[in-house]
Every structure is written in C-alpha cells, then in structure tokens.
Design a binder for this molecule. Structure first.
Ligand SMILES: [Zn+2]
Length: 219
C-alpha cells in the first residue's frame, strides 16, 4: 500500500528577491528565509492532495526548465518539494533533482537497463534519497484483521523517485497527451488502448472538433 499525502498553498507562490535573512518570531526552521531569489508561499491555507494519483510526475519534473520560473511553475502545481510548510524555497535546490531524473528517464527510454539501475541507485545516494527517504509504516483501522503494510516517502522528491522506480519495475508505459501536458498510462490493464493519443475524451473531442473546424479530413 502506498498512500502519500502532500500539500500546496491555496493562495499560490511567487518569486521574490530577499535581501536579508528574516526570522519570524517563532524562530522555527520553517520560517527561515535565506537571501537571494526565492519561491515564496503566499500564505493561504494548505490544501492536501495525493501526488501519486497523478501519472508521470517524474516526466513532468524532467520537463521543468532549470530556471527560477520553471521551478516556480513546478511548485505552483505540486507544492514545496521538500517540505510543504516552508515559507520559502530556493529554485536552485530543485535543479539537481531535475538533472538526476533526466538522465534516468533517458536511460529508461533507451531501454538501457544496466545504465538505468546505475543512475537510479547513485541518484538515490547523491541526492540524499537513500537512507530514510522512504520509510516503512503500518496502518490499522477497526475491522481489519491485522495492520497493513505501507511505504511513506519522506517528501515529494522521494515520492517522485519512488514512482519512477515502480513504473520501471512494473513495466508501465506513459505517453504525453497530444493536446495537453498530461501523461497517461496505456496498454493492457489501463484505461487507454495502446494506440491512444489523448489523455481523455475531452482532449480527443477537442482535437476532432478543431480538425473539423480547420476542414481537414485527416491529421
Ligand atoms: Zn489531454
């Protein structure tokens, strides 16, 4: 069982240049603000969601440009990568994760299994995703015969690497929608045929409508 909850700020995030360290009265580590260009939480309510219900998070992180704006775009969609409650996050912290994933996904796409295993296992070490990145947990509720086994990623980055490793070992295939940025699973045992080009009926309908409007019989 793998249930992973994360949170994002309902008011969003923005880039702001901080020129000095501000410590809020609480003096908590969460309120620490280093100098420089930072992604800042706008202080709304934290909304919970389940990142692992979204397919291809690792593909989306790979596509994220290594710029402050790119990092902001990722955080706006998925929340602060390493702790949902921090007040600010340096875009630079995200870049090594993008690099590691891009190499791993490249090997995956080439079918270079040995290279892939090497990259994944070393990324696990170099980015601090090894020990303690994903913990073991048990859950129990009334009516259950015994506690149920589960895994709990430490943070969003650990969850993304875990999703990649699970997809690789599970033979999961992903394709990007021909109309929107969604990645979807296809092939036997999924909701999409092997030939599917769109993530949803909405996208495929919108595509056919546009084609008709343009007066083209064939794509
Ligand atoms: Zn789509």
């Amino acid at each position: 069982m793998l249930v992973f909850d994360w949170q994002r700020d309902s008011s969003g995030y923005e880039l702001r240049e901080l020129d000095h360290v501000i410590l809020e009265p609480s003096d908590s580590e969460l309120d620490y603000r280093p100098a420089g260009l930072q992604i800042i939480r706008l202080g709304g309510k934290l909304e919970a969601y389940r990142p692992l219900e979204i397919d291809g998070l690792y593909r989306m992180l790979c596509e994220c440009p290594k710029t402050p704006e790119g990092a902001l775009g990722f955080v706006e969609k998925f929340g602060m990568p390493e702790h949902p409650e921090v007040q600010c996050y340096s875009p630079h912290r995200l870049y090594p994760f993008i690099d590691g994933l891009t190499i791993a996904v490249g090997r995956y796409d080439e079918g270079d299994w040995r290279g892939l295993v090497r990259v994944i296992n070393s990324a696990w070490n170099h980015t601090g995703l090894g020990e303690g990145a994903t913990g073991v947990q048990l859950s129990f509720a009334t009516g259950m015969e015994r506690p149920e086994f589960g895994l709990r990623p430490r943070d969003l980055i650990a969850a993304i690497y875990l999703q990649l490793a699970l997809d690789i070992s599970g033979g999961i295939k992903l394709r990007k929608c021909g109309r929107c940025p969604t990645w979807f699973k296809y092939g036997p045992g999924t909701e999409h045929r092997s030939t599917a080009r769109f993530c949803s009926r909405t996208c495929s309908n919108a595509h056919s409508y546009k084609r008709q409007k343009n007066g083209k019989a064939e794509a």
